[in-house]
Design a protein. Sequence first.
Lengths: 276, 266
Amino acid sequence: MAAAAPVAPPDNAQASGQQTGKRKGVQPLRAGEGHSFLLRRLHSLSGIVPIGAFLVEHIVSNFEAVNGPLAYAQQVKFLNGLPLVRVLEWAFIFIPLAYHALYGVYIGLRGRGNVNVYPWAGNWGYFTQRITGYIAFAYIIQHVWRQRFSGVSLPEHPGAAFHKVQVELHNPWMLAIYVIAMIATCWHFAYGIWLFAAKWGITPGNKARKQFGYVCAAVGTGLCVLGLIGMYAFISPKYANAPDDVMPAQPAGIVLPAPTTAAPGTTNPKQLGEVR
Amino acid sequence: MAAAEVTTPKHPASGRTITVKVKRQRTPDAAAVTETFAIPYRPNMNITSVLGEIALNPTTTEGKGTTPIAYDANCLEEICGSCAMLINGKAMMACSALVDKLTGPDGNGAITLAPLSKFPVVRDLAVDRSVLFENLKRVKAWVPVDGTYDLGPAPRQFPQVQEQRYPLSNCISCTICMEVCPQFNDATGFVGAATIAQAKLFNMDPSGAVLKEERLRALAGGGGVQECSFAQNCVQACPKQLPLTEAISDMGRDVFVQQVKDFFRR
């Protein structure tokens, strides 16, 4: 008896799997393999703590600029006076931020956005989360370089902080970049909280997700407004042309008490000259 | 049009025709070509009946004779999940896609048909969706009751559990949720919403729950539940209105809890 002709194309898994070792099309689940669950959840968590927490701290601290250069300098001095501050900075800001940014770009590059075909709210959210992430990534690189690692070093010269930011924001291009980045970052954070709750199963129901969406929108908007007001303090006429430095240098290591002798040239012995 | 007049038999219809452009390919590896057909209009047509009309008279508008269009279909009433395709660029079921809603505001717009874009084409509009079957196998989306003796009646299911499970049991494996998902692609190898929802369905079954931990561990693997980025296209596009995002959220939590348990106990 002759062999029956195949009635259907051979099965994908058998047809191409045995010959090339790989199926055509999207690969099936690699059940239980790899560490992408851990890495992806770490990415999600790191966006809330410590990065999100730092973002809130950063915006709230910068809001202190509303009270002028000296108040701002004291806030900078306080933060740089925290115990193990350099360890805190690397362990809770730079390293998590670098991980979140690089893994986020990796996630973004592997997505195939289709909001042009399916223009639905959630799909816009997906698209916007990636765009705002890229904006924040590019902005933070220049921001960290220009404000933290180049120019006058603020940990040792907290008094120079206001002036340093003021000079930056007086460039209209930089101001535009800062405003765009503030909005993008707050959006990314607020929608990120919402995504976190959805993905970790904190808000599984439609109603819970919708209501939590309003909460996240309020948090994001509030944070953004706070940030923009803080930013305005640097360019407002009230503190125009702030002094280069409003505080003595704060050298690392053992710091001797400020000299009690009157600086040469001062007329009031109780008013100390600026110590450099 | 003169050539078409010769070969196209006159229909006793209103005279109005629908223009249908179909992306076709003869074999899995052949280049795709687009053929255009003019179909006599009848009220309440769906894409299945359009494809039936083309099969009755497989002649393009250029008068060229061609073959009927190959596509998967079985029930013709949105219950078998076979006839998913791109209709006007969007993933829909051919059987439940109504022509009157697809021809634009003036009713004269052309309808485009194309195979689902994320699955290997077998021929024309028929694609190989076996990846879904493979995924369902990998999460053990079944109730293990096979045995050599009578296992007795199934455990009682509370009505509340039944009510949660029933919507998930409506999945017809059409793969539209996967097609519309930005994360379901070659780079991620994401498992897709349907499989995650089925894992939840069987985890909630009193007998199926015996494989719960295995399903949760499987879903933590490469392409697992973590690849979901909550674009929520799946739940928008699902023709059976499955609560897919809820299932993904629930499974995301369960998979995480299982991973933590395994980390400390295994």
